[in-house]
Design a protein around this ligand. Structure first.
Ligand SMILES: C[S@@+](CC[C@H](N)C(=O)[O-])C[C@H]1O[C@@H](n2cnc3c(N)ncnc32)[C@H](O)[C@@H]1O
Length: 346
């Protein structure tokens, strides 16, 4: 099998950033090599910097190791977690409209691809997709999802990239096909509005001229519905959130008792975002290698924001990043939106 090793991406700015990125090229019939992202040093640096900040914080990208990806799949199966089901219900309609309106031969590039379930309606409807290039930070999970997808879509060329899409990213070319980006799951909401603008500009540069981007964006809605979605009764979201502490214990020589923290999620109306935190149940110190970090009782680590966008908010964001809204879809009850963006810069 041909396996393309990319140069290390996003690794030149920090002396301890040795984040290595592997690109797996999956032949049509066989997938064998699985090289996880080697990320210890970057993780180590980010955890120490985040836990030493005045508002302690950790990046949500660190939720997604093998366990985190499985917890996310379990969240998607929950009744309370409307974004997943709503977008999945909307997608066949979106895909059939795209099949009618988008003529050409496409390389589909999915950002934050997860378990690859949302791409299927697109693959089923749009005959012109020949190459599928999913990108995800959760390497083992991505490669195993690609193996399954390859079995189902044998003529599709599947070329996954295990990478952090917040870092500079060089893809392995589109092989003469027109780039069609796909960014479902409202993962855009995990960025602050400024970060989201930077990301969308970056995606436009990665995909280049004549590209499109299909993006799923969660909408503003009743705080009650939002609260339920991030505080499920079975406590799966809590496990997903707390998994980041287990991950710290795996990476550091640490004495961190996960039971000393609890999941807390609420809708911050003025910011228009869900905030997830891990709240210390008591005043205590944790030790990470040689570093001691103090927590007051009730002090929190901010682990994720999930910004919600009205159509007007999103239109403003898209316009300032060089994307033009070509088509828009809104799920029943204005529960979730999807947009087809066209690169407006030539
Ligand atoms: C909210 S989940 C969405 C998964 C899937 N796209 C869906 O819609 O159900 C976010 C996905 O993005 C991936 N991800 C998060 N941060 C990332 C980053 N910085 N670089 C690459 N992938 C990332 C996660 O591993 C996860 O699969």
């Amino acid at each position: 099998m041909s396996n393309i090793a990319l140069p290390i991406q996003g690794a030149t700015t920090s002396p301890i950033d040795t984040h290595a990125v592997q690109q797996h090229s999956i032949p049509k019939t066989n997938v064998q090599e699985k090289t996880p992202v080697i990320e210890r040093n970057q993780f180590y640096y980010d955890v120490l910097a985040g836990l030493n900040a005045s508002q302690k914080h950790l990046s949500p990208k660190y939720f997604y190791d093998e366990s985190g990806s499985h917890y996310f799949d379990q969240i998607c199966a929950l009744d309370e977690y409307y974004p997943y089901k709503t977008e999945l219900t909307l997608l066949p309609e979106v895909a059939s409209t795209l099949a009618k309106n988008l003529q050409g031969q496409f390389a589909l590039v999915e950002f934050g691809a997860g378990s690859l379930l949302k791409v299927k309606p697109l693959l089923n409807e749009i005959d012109g997709i020949h190459r599928f290039m999913p990108i995800d930070i959760s390497g083992e999970h991505l490669v195993s999802a690609c193996e399954q997808l390859q079995q189902e879509y044998q003529s599709l060329e599947v070329a996954p990239t295990v990478a952090d899409f917040t870092q500079p990213l060089a893809l392995d070319g589109f092989h003469g096909l027109q780039p069609l980006g796909f960014f479902p799951g409202s993962t855009i909401g995990n960025f602050t509005p400024d970060e989201a603008a930077g990301f969308l500009q970056n995606v436009r540069n990665i995909l280049g001229p004549d590209s499109y981007l299909l993006i799923g964006v969660d909408t503003k809605k009743s705080p009650r519905t939002l609260h339920r979605a991030y505080n499920d009764q079975m406590g799966i979201t809590a496990k997903f959130n707390l998994n980041i502490l287990h991950r710290i214990n795996r990476h550091f020589d640490s004495r961190l008792d996960v039971a000393d923290f609890e999941h807390y999620a609420f809708y911050n109306t003025s910011e228009g975002r869900i905030e997830m935190h891990l709240v210390s149940r008591k005043a205590h110190n944790i030790v990470l290698d040689e570093t001691i970090i103090h927590f007051d009782e009730g002090e929190s680590i901010h682990t994720e924001s999930s910004y919600k966008y009205s159509p007007q908010d999103f239109q403003t964001l898209a316009a300032k990043t060089g994307w033009q809204i070509d088509q828009a879809w809104m799920a029943q009850g204005d529960m979730f939106s999807m947009y087809l963006l066209k690169n407006a810069v030539h």
